[in-house]
Design a protein around this ligand. Structure first.
Ligand SMILES: C[S@@+](CC[C@H](N)C(=O)[O-])C[C@H]1O[C@@H](n2cnc3c(N)ncnc32)[C@H](O)[C@@H]1O
Length: 160
């Protein structure tokens, strides 16, 4: 935990932050990015809000396809994808009153594999080509040498 500043955000704080962005949920395809997404606390809350108004398959896919996340740790990424897939599947079943077919589930998996990725956000440049509407999250604040007067404090031009 200390090495990667892995302190996850409680849903109360996530919700309070997202409440400040209500207008960004007026369209399901507004693009959200969480650059240090952990296991998906922001991503899942964003998807839940986006899906609230979804009534058809197209909107369900627009919602999922407009959420991007990155984390340094592979296990976080896998967990975040799983959580998002489960929320999407459950809501799809509730609203459309049927289990999503295999080809639909494959499509959601493809989107999640493309959009929720393992990597160092500071070294990725692909995101500059996306028309991102909202960047939100709780970045790492713990640095390897403890911060303060350490080397990392002098390198803060690279920090998230
Ligand atoms: C404070 S936690 C917050 C996690 C999540 N945003 C949340 O609020 O629940 C910070 C996360 O940033 C990740 N992280 C640290 N440095 C990163 C980097 N350079 N690029 C991407 N993710 C990073 C860590 O693995 C950790 O999951």
């Amino acid at each position: 935990m200390k090495k990667h500043g892995e302190v996850l955000t409680a849903s109360k704080e996530v919700d309070s932050m997202l409440d400040l962005l209500k207008s960004e949920f007026s369209q399901p395809d507004k693009i959200f990015l969480e650059p240090s997404c952990g296991d998906g606390n922001f991503l899942t809350a964003i998807l839940t809000r986006k899906l609230k108004k979804a009534q058809d398959e197209e909107t369900f896919f627009a919602a999922l396809n407009s959420i991007y996340g990155i984390d340094l740790l592979k296990d976080n990424v896998i967990k975040a994808r799983k959580r998002l897939a489960e929320i999407w599947r459950k809501q799809y079943k509730t609203v459309l009153k049927k289990e999503p077919e295999k080809c639909i589930l494959n499509k959601t998996e493809e989107i999640l594999t493309k959009n929720i990725i393992q990597g160092n956000f500071l070294e990725l440049s692909d995101y500059r080509n996306l028309n991102i509407d909202v960047i939100i999250g709780n970045p790492p604040y713990q640095i390897v040498d403890g911060g303060g007067t350490g080397d990392s404090a002098k390198r803060n031009k690279n920090s998230l």
